[in-house]
Ligand binder design. Sequence first.
Ligand code: FDA
Length: 305
Amino acid sequence: MLRSVILAASRSSRVERLVETAPYTRDVVRRFVAGTSTADVLGVTRKLVAGGLAVTIDFLGEDTVNPDQAIATRDGYLALLAALAEAGQTPAAEVSVKLSALGQKFDEELAYECARAICAAAAEAGTTVTLDMEDHTTTDSTLDVLAKLRDEYPSTGAVLQAYLRRTESDCRELATAGSRVRLCKGAYREPESVAYQSAQDVNKSYVRCMNILMSGSGYPMLATHDPRLIAIGEDRARWFDRGADEFEFQMLYGIRPEEQARLSAEGHTVRVYLPYGTDWYGYLMRRLAERPANLMFFARALTSK
Ligand code: FDA
């Protein structure tokens, strides 16, 4: 119930204005978002990489409604990749891209062309791209774009969401040599017809999908903060004899940083998903919806002096 309310608030421009203008919002946002400028994200990247972590950077922007916005997002990524290469932060830093920010909802071809330019710039910079996954109405389109991008840039990765009933089958399709798959639980509100609803069913699906990816010949990226799933991931890595360059754990910036450090100290590759940009509102609200306990933290910061 609370999760639905927060997800509804994530689409309300009135609540957005309220949050943006509240005192001390900046401190709360900074817990989950690297900042608003390329300089900000480079600074945080340097610190994380120096601490033994890898990163994937998300230039925030969603639901682009016209081609100019799509082009501006593409150009933001091109500038970011140039800055990362110049700062010597690749290949430890890669980028994550939402096709909706590149115009997917109104022009799939435009989104593909923009993503292709980003993949080309990433290859030039010595790194790669992973396509984020959004609500289930975009899954087929995103996987179609992925297939086209992989023809030219085979290391382009994709996200699959364990809460979708279709995902086991998508994992089977993508557990092939050279394929990079980021497995997460899924962050959107989805109907029962397409998605498991209970935490237990989602977790069971995550384990089935993880088994397929870890036993396959692709490169699994286990994106979760869930202690039980991480423990199962460590177990499967031992069982399938996967070393630090054969799979990785991934977590969001600001969430369980001590666990990120522990896994890294144990020799695992750990990549932190690092969002930045002025368009942080929808991202932040999804993080709050995942864990309503964060609301207390947020409310305290909003109301405190
Ligand atoms: P779960 O939500 O059960 O959390 C397990 C534990 O982790 C909690 O008990 C708590 O300790 C901690 N935790 C989790 N979320 C927290 C939070 N917000 N604040 C504080 N603690 C928290 N989704 C999607 O639909 N499309 C996508 O493309 C992506 N991409 C993506 C990339 C990466 C690298 C990650 C880690 C996640 C995503 N996600 C995503 C989000 C994902 O679907 C999911 O919503 C979150 O990761 C939360 O699920 P967990 O697996 O962490 O488990």
